[in-house]
Design a protein around this ligand. Structure first.
Ligand SMILES: Nc1ncnc2c1ncn2[C@@H]1O[C@H](COP(=O)(O)OP(=O)(O)O)[C@@H](O)[C@H]1O
Ligand SMILES: [Mg+2]
Length: 260
Protein backbone atom coordinates (compact mmCIF):
# COMPACT_ATOMS: atom_id res chain seq x y z
CA UNK A 1 0.00 0.00 0.00
CA UNK A 2 1.25 3.46 -0.82
CA UNK A 3 2.02 6.08 1.73
CA UNK A 4 1.04 9.76 1.79
CA UNK A 5 3.64 11.93 3.51
CA UNK A 6 3.03 15.61 4.23
CA UNK A 7 6.23 17.66 4.34
CA UNK A 8 5.31 20.42 6.74
CA UNK A 9 6.59 22.93 9.26
CA UNK A 10 5.47 26.03 11.06
CA UNK A 11 8.41 28.00 9.62
CA UNK A 12 8.97 28.96 6.00
CA UNK A 13 12.37 28.67 4.34
CA UNK A 14 13.37 25.48 6.16
CA UNK A 15 13.67 23.29 3.05
CA UNK A 16 10.18 21.81 2.67
CA UNK A 17 10.00 22.32 -1.08
CA UNK A 18 13.65 21.33 -1.60
CA UNK A 19 13.07 18.18 0.46
CA UNK A 20 9.91 17.23 -1.43
CA UNK A 21 11.50 17.51 -4.84
CA UNK A 22 14.88 15.96 -4.08
CA UNK A 23 13.53 13.22 -1.84
CA UNK A 24 11.05 12.29 -4.56
CA UNK A 25 13.82 11.96 -7.14
CA UNK A 26 15.90 9.88 -4.73
CA UNK A 27 12.92 7.62 -4.00
CA UNK A 28 12.49 6.93 -7.71
CA UNK A 29 16.16 5.90 -7.71
CA UNK A 30 15.16 3.20 -5.23
CA UNK A 31 12.56 1.93 -7.67
CA UNK A 32 9.61 3.70 -6.04
CA UNK A 33 6.76 5.32 -7.91
CA UNK A 34 6.28 8.82 -6.55
CA UNK A 35 3.63 11.52 -6.88
CA UNK A 36 4.46 15.06 -5.79
CA UNK A 37 1.56 17.34 -4.94
CA UNK A 38 1.97 21.07 -4.51
CA UNK A 39 -0.49 22.02 -1.76
CA UNK A 40 1.23 25.38 -1.23
CA UNK A 41 -0.64 28.17 -3.04
CA UNK A 42 2.70 29.90 -3.60
CA UNK A 43 3.46 27.14 -6.09
CA UNK A 44 7.12 26.87 -5.12
CA UNK A 45 7.26 23.20 -6.00
CA UNK A 46 5.87 23.84 -9.46
CA UNK A 47 8.47 26.57 -9.93
CA UNK A 48 11.32 24.45 -8.54
CA UNK A 49 10.47 21.55 -10.82
CA UNK A 50 9.75 23.51 -14.00
CA UNK A 51 6.17 22.28 -13.90
CA UNK A 52 4.96 25.84 -14.55
CA UNK A 53 6.42 25.64 -18.05
CA UNK A 54 4.08 22.77 -18.84
CA UNK A 55 0.92 23.73 -17.00
CA UNK A 56 -0.41 26.17 -14.46
CA UNK A 57 -3.43 23.96 -13.76
CA UNK A 58 -3.70 21.60 -10.83
CA UNK A 59 -5.59 21.02 -7.59
CA UNK A 60 -7.87 24.06 -7.94
CA UNK A 61 -9.15 22.96 -11.36
CA UNK A 62 -9.50 19.36 -10.16
CA UNK A 63 -11.54 20.45 -7.16
CA UNK A 64 -13.81 22.75 -9.18
CA UNK A 65 -14.45 19.88 -11.58
CA UNK A 66 -13.02 21.85 -14.51
CA UNK A 67 -10.36 19.15 -15.04
CA UNK A 68 -10.08 15.44 -14.34
CA UNK A 69 -7.33 13.55 -12.53
CA UNK A 70 -5.61 12.53 -15.75
CA UNK A 71 -5.43 16.19 -16.85
CA UNK A 72 -3.64 17.42 -13.73
CA UNK A 73 -1.15 14.59 -13.10
CA UNK A 74 1.90 15.54 -15.14
CA UNK A 75 4.60 12.91 -15.69
CA UNK A 76 8.07 14.25 -14.92
CA UNK A 77 11.30 13.31 -16.73
CA UNK A 78 11.23 9.82 -15.29
CA UNK A 79 8.09 7.77 -15.76
CA UNK A 80 8.08 6.84 -12.09
CA UNK A 81 7.69 10.48 -11.02
CA UNK A 82 4.63 12.67 -11.55
CA UNK A 83 3.56 16.07 -10.27
CA UNK A 84 0.35 17.89 -9.54
CA UNK A 85 0.50 21.69 -9.27
CA UNK A 86 -1.63 23.79 -6.95
CA UNK A 87 -3.44 25.41 -9.85
CA UNK A 88 -3.60 28.71 -7.98
CA UNK A 89 -3.90 31.50 -10.53
CA UNK A 90 -5.90 34.15 -8.70
CA UNK A 91 -6.23 35.38 -5.13
CA UNK A 92 -9.64 33.70 -4.80
CA UNK A 93 -8.00 30.37 -5.70
CA UNK A 94 -5.91 30.66 -2.52
CA UNK A 95 -9.07 31.05 -0.42
CA UNK A 96 -10.76 28.26 -2.39
CA UNK A 97 -7.87 25.84 -1.79
CA UNK A 98 -7.81 26.64 1.94
CA UNK A 99 -11.58 26.18 2.15
CA UNK A 100 -11.31 22.85 0.30
CA UNK A 101 -8.60 21.79 2.74
CA UNK A 102 -10.77 22.71 5.72
CA UNK A 103 -13.80 20.89 4.32
CA UNK A 104 -11.74 17.75 3.77
CA UNK A 105 -12.25 17.73 0.00
CA UNK A 106 -8.57 18.40 -0.69
CA UNK A 107 -7.49 15.45 1.44
CA UNK A 108 -10.01 13.16 -0.27
CA UNK A 109 -8.86 14.29 -3.72
CA UNK A 110 -5.22 13.65 -2.78
CA UNK A 111 -6.12 10.19 -1.49
CA UNK A 112 -7.72 9.40 -4.84
CA UNK A 113 -4.71 10.78 -6.75
CA UNK A 114 -2.29 8.72 -4.64
CA UNK A 115 -3.65 5.36 -5.79
CA UNK A 116 -0.93 3.40 -7.60
CA UNK A 117 2.00 5.35 -6.12
CA UNK A 118 4.39 4.03 -3.50
CA UNK A 119 4.84 7.51 -2.06
CA UNK A 120 2.79 10.66 -2.41
CA UNK A 121 4.72 13.63 -1.04
CA UNK A 122 2.80 16.79 -0.23
CA UNK A 123 4.56 20.13 -0.25
CA UNK A 124 2.64 22.34 2.16
CA UNK A 125 2.44 25.98 3.09
CA UNK A 126 4.30 27.08 6.23
CA UNK A 127 2.16 27.60 9.31
CA UNK A 128 -0.37 25.92 11.53
CA UNK A 129 -3.63 26.36 9.70
CA UNK A 130 -7.06 24.77 10.06
CA UNK A 131 -6.61 23.47 6.51
CA UNK A 132 -3.34 21.68 7.34
CA UNK A 133 -4.93 20.20 10.46
CA UNK A 134 -7.77 18.80 8.37
CA UNK A 135 -5.39 17.63 5.65
CA UNK A 136 -3.67 15.48 8.27
CA UNK A 137 -6.87 13.34 8.31
CA UNK A 138 -5.90 11.96 4.95
CA UNK A 139 -2.14 11.57 5.27
CA UNK A 140 -0.20 8.69 6.75
CA UNK A 141 2.69 10.66 8.18
CA UNK A 142 4.34 14.04 8.56
CA UNK A 143 7.97 14.74 7.71
CA UNK A 144 9.25 17.84 9.39
CA UNK A 145 12.29 19.68 8.01
CA UNK A 146 14.04 21.79 10.62
CA UNK A 147 17.03 24.11 10.30
CA UNK A 148 19.50 24.44 13.16
CA UNK A 149 18.45 27.99 13.94
CA UNK A 150 17.10 29.02 17.31
CA UNK A 151 14.03 30.64 15.69
CA UNK A 152 13.12 27.39 13.90
CA UNK A 153 13.79 25.11 16.80
CA UNK A 154 11.52 27.16 19.05
CA UNK A 155 8.60 26.24 16.80
CA UNK A 156 9.16 22.49 17.17
CA UNK A 157 7.20 21.83 20.40
CA UNK A 158 4.04 23.54 19.13
CA UNK A 159 4.26 21.77 15.78
CA UNK A 160 4.68 18.38 17.46
CA UNK A 161 1.65 19.19 19.63
CA UNK A 162 -0.28 20.17 16.49
CA UNK A 163 0.45 16.72 15.01
CA UNK A 164 -0.52 15.04 18.26
CA UNK A 165 -3.85 16.89 18.38
CA UNK A 166 -4.57 16.02 14.75
CA UNK A 167 -3.89 12.38 15.64
CA UNK A 168 -6.27 12.51 18.59
CA UNK A 169 -9.13 14.26 16.86
CA UNK A 170 -8.76 13.53 13.13
CA UNK A 171 -6.61 10.52 12.34
CA UNK A 172 -5.52 7.94 14.88
CA UNK A 173 -3.10 6.39 12.39
CA UNK A 174 -1.18 9.61 11.77
CA UNK A 175 2.56 9.16 12.39
CA UNK A 176 5.40 11.54 12.76
CA UNK A 177 7.70 10.28 10.01
CA UNK A 178 10.53 12.22 11.54
CA UNK A 179 12.36 15.49 11.88
CA UNK A 180 15.11 16.03 9.33
CA UNK A 181 17.77 18.62 10.00
CA UNK A 182 18.26 20.69 6.87
CA UNK A 183 20.83 23.25 5.69
CA UNK A 184 23.13 21.88 8.36
CA UNK A 185 26.54 23.54 8.46
CA UNK A 186 28.87 21.52 10.63
CA UNK A 187 31.49 24.26 10.63
CA UNK A 188 29.05 26.74 12.17
CA UNK A 189 29.37 26.46 15.97
CA UNK A 190 25.87 27.89 16.50
CA UNK A 191 24.33 25.24 14.23
CA UNK A 192 26.23 22.48 16.02
CA UNK A 193 25.10 23.80 19.40
CA UNK A 194 21.45 24.06 18.31
CA UNK A 195 21.59 20.57 16.81
CA UNK A 196 22.97 19.10 20.04
CA UNK A 197 20.45 21.00 22.15
CA UNK A 198 17.41 19.78 20.23
CA UNK A 199 18.67 16.22 20.01
CA UNK A 200 18.98 16.27 23.81
CA UNK A 201 15.57 17.88 24.29
CA UNK A 202 13.53 15.46 22.17
CA UNK A 203 13.48 11.65 21.95
CA UNK A 204 16.30 10.50 19.68
CA UNK A 205 14.00 8.36 17.54
CA UNK A 206 12.03 11.33 16.21
CA UNK A 207 15.10 12.45 14.22
CA UNK A 208 16.23 11.00 10.93
CA UNK A 209 19.85 9.92 11.22
CA UNK A 210 20.43 11.67 7.90
CA UNK A 211 20.83 15.43 7.94
CA UNK A 212 20.97 17.59 4.83
CA UNK A 213 24.10 19.75 4.58
CA UNK A 214 24.04 23.42 3.68
CA UNK A 215 25.35 23.44 0.11
CA UNK A 216 25.35 26.05 -2.61
CA UNK A 217 24.22 23.50 -5.19
CA UNK A 218 20.72 23.40 -3.66
CA UNK A 219 20.41 27.11 -4.33
CA UNK A 220 21.85 26.67 -7.83
CA UNK A 221 19.43 23.83 -8.53
CA UNK A 222 16.48 25.92 -7.37
CA UNK A 223 17.66 28.80 -9.61
CA UNK A 224 17.63 26.43 -12.57
CA UNK A 225 14.35 24.87 -11.41
CA UNK A 226 15.72 21.34 -11.32
CA UNK A 227 16.35 18.73 -8.64
CA UNK A 228 19.94 18.76 -7.44
CA UNK A 229 20.58 15.35 -9.08
CA UNK A 230 20.29 17.01 -12.49
CA UNK A 231 23.23 19.34 -11.79
CA UNK A 232 25.46 16.25 -11.78
CA UNK A 233 28.14 18.10 -9.92
CA UNK A 234 27.63 17.85 -6.24
CA UNK A 235 27.56 14.22 -5.19
CA UNK A 236 27.36 15.27 -1.54
CA UNK A 237 24.05 17.02 -2.17
CA UNK A 238 22.60 14.11 -4.14
CA UNK A 239 23.82 11.55 -1.62
CA UNK A 240 22.17 13.43 1.24
CA UNK A 241 18.67 12.95 -0.19
CA UNK A 242 19.54 9.43 -1.39
CA UNK A 243 20.39 8.59 2.21
CA UNK A 244 17.18 10.19 3.47
CA UNK A 245 15.16 8.21 0.90
CA UNK A 246 16.90 5.01 1.94
CA UNK A 247 16.16 5.72 5.59
CA UNK A 248 12.52 6.53 4.86
CA UNK A 249 12.04 3.25 2.99
CA UNK A 250 13.94 1.27 5.64
CA UNK A 251 11.74 2.79 8.37
CA UNK A 252 8.62 1.72 6.52
CA UNK A 253 9.94 -1.80 6.07
CA UNK A 254 10.81 -1.95 9.74
CA UNK A 255 7.29 -0.75 10.57
CA UNK A 256 8.75 2.22 12.37
CA UNK A 257 6.83 5.41 12.89
CA UNK A 258 6.31 7.37 15.99
CA UNK A 259 3.25 8.40 17.85
CA UNK A 260 4.72 10.93 20.21
N1 LIG B 1 20.53 22.08 2.04
C1 LIG B 1 20.46 23.31 1.52
N2 LIG B 1 21.58 24.05 1.33
C2 LIG B 1 21.51 25.31 0.83
N3 LIG B 1 20.38 25.92 0.45
C3 LIG B 1 19.22 25.24 0.61
C4 LIG B 1 19.19 23.91 1.14
N4 LIG B 1 17.90 23.50 1.19
C5 LIG B 1 17.17 24.52 0.70
N5 LIG B 1 17.94 25.56 0.36
C6 LIG B 1 17.50 26.86 -0.17
O1 LIG B 1 16.82 27.54 0.89
C7 LIG B 1 15.69 28.25 0.38
C8 LIG B 1 14.44 27.80 1.12
O2 LIG B 1 14.20 26.44 0.84
P1 LIG B 1 12.74 25.90 0.52
O3 LIG B 1 12.86 24.46 0.19
O4 LIG B 1 12.07 26.77 -0.50
O5 LIG B 1 12.04 26.10 1.93
P2 LIG B 1 10.49 26.06 2.31
O6 LIG B 1 9.77 25.28 1.28
O7 LIG B 1 10.44 25.42 3.67
O8 LIG B 1 10.02 27.49 2.37
C9 LIG B 1 15.66 27.97 -1.11
O9 LIG B 1 16.23 29.06 -1.78
C10 LIG B 1 16.50 26.72 -1.29
O10 LIG B 1 17.14 26.68 -2.54
MG1 LIG C 1 8.14 25.82 0.09
Amino acid sequence: MGKIVAVASQKGGVGKTTTCLNLAVSLTGLGKKVLLVDCDPQGALAAASNLKRITDKGLVQLLTGELQEEDVVIPAGKRSLALVGSGVLETEDIFFLEQQAVSGNLGKAIRALSVGYDYTLLDTQAGLSRGLFQLFSDVDSVLLPCTCKATTVKTLPLFLKFIQQARQSENHRLKLEGVVLTMYNESDPCAVEVSETIQDAFPQEIFFRTSIPLLLSFEQASLRAVPVALLKRDTLAVQAYDKLAFELVARQKGGEGRNE
